[in-house]
Design a protein around this ligand. Structure first.
Ligand code: SF4
Ligand code: SF4
Length: 401
């Protein structure tokens, strides 16, 4: 099957962080040591080849970049320093920008100035709204903390739901494009039964990140799981349960059990995010292991915004506890100036989007494999999954350290 060649692919991928992929001489070590590579989905060597050959169409439809969790074992075993783990990461950035119909993702990944500018503009708008519409004098005139007067729950809740609706629209429309691209010719041809059969498995994988646990470095899995569960619980509390989450007291006398549960979940999320992001930030600063050696601007922005959101959230909580009204209102405003850009920009268009793409592509891959197992005649329609030519003389893979 002939495939169109994109001679500028490597040049384009360099904007997304590609560095040493041209060094690869296809020994196959990386695929040999990768704990997640299978006969049905061999990677990452195949992708080094596709990149070198400018095979953009095959890259676009391939599920493998989302099957990689960037444990870094392949990069540690590469004799050429071609960094295949980072190449898979670059693929995910590139695919995220191809799935996004608005063009924002591409801008985010290829221009640090654009990303910083966009985050700053949204933060400035939120700050200005608080300065203009915040009920500063009314709240300060009340004894104790009056967060619900300073920023009334019902107003924040409506804005929250509008934000969630907009965010969902962008994210789901991009996910739908991702589904169509990844399924290619098989889109709409697989019976619903296969999707139903694999659905529970997808939910389990999403909640446990079980695939990641198969990698040698279990700590990376734990850190990933902490950040993911911490962030998801806060997201749910803010979007679905804001009226119970935003309170003037740590335990609300009107909702003692609900507010106690919210507080406990909030403590877990705070610990999980702070531990996970601090570990990752220190790792990136020290370049302590393969996944942290090359940091793209979006990696820093992701961690910094998440950590700042958590720190300002801790301060709001502490100031409510200490009954310092002015400090509570100011830090609450700053908290939203950090959290809102993270939610409206980073979730649908940048690194956060992988939370949606990865489980969806893993799911589609399982569905496709189950369908092809029952219908081998459909294999030609899935020719994109075939590995490109095997290496001439692939040496024996070294065992993972
Ligand atoms: S391990 Fe071998 S095949 Fe893999 S990236 Fe390095 S040189 Fe290429
Ligand atoms: S980073 Fe880990 S999961 Fe990804 S390709 Fe390399 S060895 Fe496999």
């Amino acid at each position: 099957m002939s495939a169109k060649v994109y001679p500028n692919l490597i040049k384009e991928l360099k904007h997304y962080g590609l560095k040493n992929a041209t060094q690869c001489y296809h020994c196959g070590n990386c695929t040999g040591v990768c704990p997640l590579s299978t006969d049905d989905n061999p990677f990452p060597r195949r992708f080094m080849r596709l990149v070198q050959l400018g095979q953009k169409d095959k890259l676009m439809q391939a599920p493998e970049p989302w099957l990689c969790y960037y444990c870094g074992e392949c990069s540690d075993h590469c004799p050429r320093g071609a960094d295949p783990g980072e190449t898979m990461m670059v693929m995910r950035r590139y695919l995220t920008s191809l799935y996004d119909w608005t063009g924002f993702a591409r801008k985010f990944y290829t221009s640090e100035a654009f990303e910083i500018g966009a985050v700053s503009v949204v933060a400035a708008i939120i700050g200005a709204l608080f300065l203009i519409f915040g009920q500063w004098s009314e709240a300060l005139a009340k004894p104790g903390i009056a967060l619900n007067i300073f920023a009334p729950n019902h107003v924040i809740e409506i804005l929250d739901l509008i934000m969630a609706a907009v965010l969902t629209f962008f994210l789901l429309s991009n996910v739908w494009r991702c589904v169509k691209i990844v399924q290619g010719d098989m889109h709409g041809k697989i019976p619903m039964k296969y999707y139903k059969d694999k659905f529970i498995e997808m939910v389990w994988n999403m909640a446990s990140q079980w695939q990641f646990s198969k990698c040698e470095d279990k700590k990376q899995w734990v850190v990933h799981l902490l950040i993911m569960t911490g962030y998801s619980s806060v997201f749910l509390m803010v979007v679905v349960g804001l009226r119970w989450f935003q309170r003037d007291a740590v335990i609300d006398p009107e909702w003692p059990i609900v507010s106690a549960v919210m507080t406990l979940v909030g403590y877990y999320a705070t610990f999980a995010i702070m531990y996970g992001t601090t570990y990752a930030l220190i790792g990136r600063i020290k370049k302590s292991k393969a996944p942290y050696k090359n940091s793209h601007g979006t990696d820093w922005m992701f961690l910094i915004l998440l950590q700042l959101t958590t720190i300002t959230g801790i301060l709001v909580h502490a100031f409510i506890y200490l009954k310092w009204p002015m400090a509570t209102y100011v830090i609450y405003m700053i908290h939203l100036m950090v959290a809102v850009p993270m939610l409206v920009l980073e979730v649908p268009f940048a690194k956060w989007a992988h939370l949606a793409y990865r489980p969806v592509v893993l799911f589609l891959n399982k569905v496709r494999l189950a369908y092809l197992a029952d219908h081998p005649e459909a294999q030609t329609a899935a020719a994109v999954a075939e590995p490109v030519e095997a290496p001439q003389e692939a040496p024996q893979a070294e065992p993972a350290a």
